[in-house]
Structure formats: structure tokens, C-alpha cells
Write a protein that binds this ligand. Structure first.
Ligand code: PAF
Length: 287
């Protein structure tokens, strides 16, 4: 019997010049490069991004950086899970080529004064309840893309608004990197994988799949062009009955502009953000 392949070593790149040198050498050898930006605490959802990246490019770099500027003052920056050696072991198993591990001083050196803000797309959904969040995301992702200059960068559709914001910023700033969204990976009961699921108590974990069930019900109800308001009211009530609260938003939105829709006439998305105990969960499905 052939033994299973042993995990490959993952190259650790700590600063911009190491990253650029490695990408330049791969390019000179005629190899394409993909970047998967993450904040670590990797799970199957991230590994799916790596596998997609491996299908599209010869080399895959995963960045791990818990970005302080995308967390609000009362959010979970300090308790966000940091499990670097576990992450590297998972990357080795899946065969990623390199991990880019910048520190805060590399990403935000003294005197740092530039912010990327994306108007319009950030005005609804998570925007009002997480002021500054998308500016933090757009800024760090723009930097990561410009530091690595990969051919392709991949992001999960679970953070659908984030994906659209990144697409817009890359397009508007002529960043020469293709942006690809990858479908959400779910547990068997429908719960979208998230690094924050580990905060859930046993009881909360039991209630958590309701969020996906509600999204699917709303999507099915509005698919034929029925008014969205009654389906959204019913969905909100179902979430509250299952123990979610506050429900920050449950919305049917245009898949491109993210503008709220009263009726679905083209590509649309149902999106939700709600607390379950102290844990904020977000999710979305296509209509
Ligand atoms: O989705 C994430 O993990 C983060 O928001 C990202 C894109 C890595 C930026 O910090």
C-alpha cells in the first residue's frame, strides 16, 4: 500500500521583502501565484479557499494577520483566536506553499495615515453596526494585494458584503489582481463555518443552524417575485424564537449593489447578522 503523502513544509515569510522576493522567483520560473488572505484560526472554509487557489494557480500563499483596524472598540480583537502553529500544520496538510505572517509594525508602520474607504456598498448591512470595519478591511486587503501582487486572491462568500467591497476597491484602484469568491462551507446541519463558532456554548451551537434555515426559507419565499417584507418579518420572528437577539439585520438585497429590495427581479442575496449570546453570526444565501 502506498503511504499517504507527507505534509509539505510551509515557507514562513515575515516581511514584505521576503514575500516579494519569493513571488518574484516563482514568477521568473513561469509559475502563477494565488493569495488567500486570512486572520488565522483556520478551518475547512479557509482550506476550501486554498484548494480552489491550487486549482487556479501553481503557488498558493496564505496570509495570517489579525487586523486591528477592522475591529471596533467593543469587539473581539483581544480574544480573537490566535493558533499559529495549528494553522501552519493545517496549511502543510493541504499543501499551501507559503504563509505570510506580517506583524502590526509591518502593516501599520509609525506614521501610517492612509485609509481605503468604499462608499455606497458599505452604507447598509454590517456598515452602520460596525463603523470603520470595512475601511479596516479594504485598507489591509489593498495592502496585502499590493505587497504580494499575486495573479489571484480568493475570499469566502460567507462575508458577502466584504467580498463586494474588496472587488470594488480592487477595481476602482486598478489593483492588477483578479478577485474570486468561493462558496460558503457549511456543517452538515447548515451552520456556516466561522472562526467565531468556537465561542458558542453547547446550547447555542444547537440553536445556531436556525440562521441558515431562515435564510433558505426567505430565499424560497421571495424567489418568485413576492414582496420581501412579510418573509423578512417571519424570518426575524423565527430567529428571535430560537434565541437570537439582537437581530442586527435580515435583508434581501441586490447581489451587486447590496441595495435592499422590495421584490426580487434579478440576482439577489438574503443576508443576516444576529447575536446568539455574546457571539455575532453572519450568513447569506443566493436567491
Ligand atoms: O475575512 C477575513 O478573514 C478578513 O476580513 C480579511 C479579508 C483577511 C482581512 O483582514
Amino acid at each position: 500500500m502506498t503511504p499517504p503523502p507527507s505534509p509539505s513544509a510551509v515557507l514562513r515569510l515575515g516581511d514584505v521583502s521576503a514575500l516579494r522576493g519569493r513571488v518574484r522567483d516563482w514568477r521568473r520560473a513561469g509559475e502563477t501565484v494565488a493569495l488567500v488572505p486570512t486572520m488565522g484560526a483556520l478551518h475547512e472554509g479557509h482550506l476550501a479557499l486554498v484548494r480552489h487557489a491550487q486549482e487556479r494557480c501553481r503557488r498558493v500563499i496564505v496570509s495570517i494577520f489579525v487586523n486591528p483596524t477592522q475591529f471596533g472598540p467593543n469587539e473581539d480583537f483581544s480574544r480573537y483566536p490566535r493558533v499559529l502553529e495549528d494553522d501552519i500544520a493545517l496549511l502543510a496538510e493541504v499543501g499551501a506553499d507559503a504563509a505570510y505572517l506580517p506583524d502590526v509594525a509591518t502593516m501599520y508602520p509609525p506614521g501610517f495615515a492612509t485609509t481605503v474607504t468604499v462608499a455606497g456598498l458599505t452604507e447598509g448591512l454590517c456598515g452602520p453596526v460596525r463603523p470603520g470595519h470595512f475601511a479596516g478591511v479594504a485598507t489591509v486587503v489593498t495592502k496585502l494585494l499590493l505587497q504580494a501582487l499575486p495573479d489571484l486572491a480568493l475570499f469566502g462568500e460567507k462575508d458577502f458584503q466584504q467580498l463586494q467591497v474588496i472587488r470594488r476597491a480592487a477595481r476602482d484602484l486598478d489593483v492588477p489582481v483578479a478577485i474570486e469568491g468561493v462558496p460558503t462551507v457549511r456543517e452538515a446541519d447548515g451552520l456556516a463555518l466561522s472562526s467565531r463558532n468556537r465561542y458558542l456554548s453547547t446550547e447555542e451551537r444547537h440553536a445556531a443552524p436556525t440562521i441558515h434555515a431562515v435564510l433558505q426559507r426567505v430565499a424560497a419565499a421571495v424567489r418568485g417575485g413576492a414582496a420581501t417584507a412579510p418573509a423578512l418579518a417571519e424570518g426575524r420572528a423565527a430567529l428571535e424564537a430560537a434565541g437570537f437577539g439582537p437581530v442586527q439585520y435580515l435583508s434581501v438585497a441586490d447581489a451587486e449593489s447590496l441595495a435592499p429590495l422590495e421584490r426580487v427581479e434579478g440576482p439577489a442575496r438574503v443576508l443576516v447578522a444576529a447575536y446568539l449570546g455574546r457571539t455575532r453570526l453572519i450568513d447569506n444565501v443566493a436567491v
